[in-house]
Design a binder for this molecule. Structure first.
Ligand code: PHE
Length: 347
């Protein structure tokens, strides 16, 4: 049998070129190059040809095979390209769909309360001053007129570090047990008149329960000038309580003792739950304790080397957790530290 290679090549070329999908192209590959395809048939017939014809037909078949293979490969690439671009065109972007929301965090409730309290005092002319959490025994106790045998100086009542204080032999650094050492730092650095608030963390080795934590936050206040009187203290703290808890709140001073203030008092506010009538939150007293305060003790002025008798001052210190618990009716201090977002999100 003789083959018209020129004609076969033209036909194959036309067929391959006009194949419009991969399936048609695959059928053509089988038709020409498959095991039972045209080329297989040509090669199978070679053995029956004469010695002269054999190399001619063989050569023609080889050329045909190479041409058809190349054409199919090229077409295959073209069709694949085409299908890809068609399927990506099908992925329509719906710009009207709502976007993926990013959830915004917010300040921890304790920091919010610290900011809010500090802002009240800033509006009254106070400036914010921060002291370190690692303090000297001198600043935390001695300079504040807390005697050497005071129970709070005991190693069991305070976190002492093993680092000795280079300035005072035999004395060690400790985690401050209140923000009052901040008073000493301010007075050692500045001369009156001065008015500062000192917010920060304090540490006491208390067993953790609903109302105790080994770490909590305080805000200290200190105002020193000539002729500062107890009435200034009372006026200042009444103004603060009204701003923070609302105009309706009642406040009272209860006599108390602190080594670094004289006279000293504890400040109570009327219970926000029962309005002063007595309930389980206030222990039937009608009042809730919110802070300690008093007039700066002359021994403290002596410790910071202020001239004797020249100045008087007032000081106060409040617990931030306590203020937040009273404001929001939170009954367990541990809630602040557990990082449970279901709780934090509400505040
Ligand atoms: N430092 C005292 C405490 O932690 C509070 C206080 C501060 C009292 C300033 C009087 C004046 O209990």
């Amino acid at each position: 049998m003789s083959w018209n290679f020129e004609e076969i090549t033209l036909t194959a070329q036309n067929e391959i070129q006009s194949a419009s999908d991969l399936k048609t192209l695959e059928d053509l590959r089988i038709k020409y190059l498959g095991r039972k395809g045209l080329l297989a048939e040509i090669y199978a017939g070679l053995s029956q040809l004469s010695v002269e014809e054999k190399p001619l037909v063989g050569k023609g078949a080889n050329i045909l095979r190479n041409t058809v293979t190349a054409l199919i490969e090229q077409k295959y690439k073209d069709l694949e390209e085409k299908e890809k671009s068609q399927s990506s065109a099908k992925q329509i972007i719906d710009v009207t769909l709502p976007g993926v929301g990013v959830s915004m965090g917010h300040e921890h409730v304790l920091n919010q309360i610290v900011d809010e309290i500090c802002e009240v005092f800033e509006a009254l002319g106070f400036v914010i001053h921060e002291g370190p959490e690692v303090e000297t025994e001198f600043n935390n106790f001695t300079a504040l007129n807390i005697p050497i045998d005071h129970p709070s100086r005991d190693a069991f009542d305070t976190f002492y570090l093993e680092t000795p204080d280079p300035e005072r032999p035999g004395r060690y650094f400790l985690l401050r047990s209140h923000t009052s050492p901040g008073q000493i730092r301010v007075m050692e650095k500045f001369q009156p008149p001065l008015a500062v608030v000192i917010p920060g963390k304090v540490y006491r080795p208390d067993a953790v329960d609903a109302s105790h934590s080994f770490m909590f936050h305080q805000i200290e206040g200190l105002l020193i000038d000539k002729d500062i009187q107890f009435s200034h203290l009372k006026g200042l703290l009444s103004a603060f309580c009204k701003r923070f808890f609302g105009e309706k709140i009642q406040m009272r001073f209860r006599p108390h003792f602190f080594p670094f203030t004289e006279p000293s008092a504890e400040v109570d506010i009327s219970c926000y739950i029962c309005d002063g009538k007595g309930c389980s939150v206030c222990g039937r007293k009608g009042w809730l304790e919110i802070m300690g305060c008093g007039m700066v003790h002359p021994k403290v002025f002596e410790a910071v080397k202020y001239p004797k008798g020249k100045y008087t001052g007032l000081a106060f210190g409040m617990g931030v957790e306590r203020m937040a618990m009273l404001r929001y009716g939170i009954d367990d201090i541990r809630m602040f530290y557990e990082n449970d977002v279901r709780f934090l999100r509400q505040l």
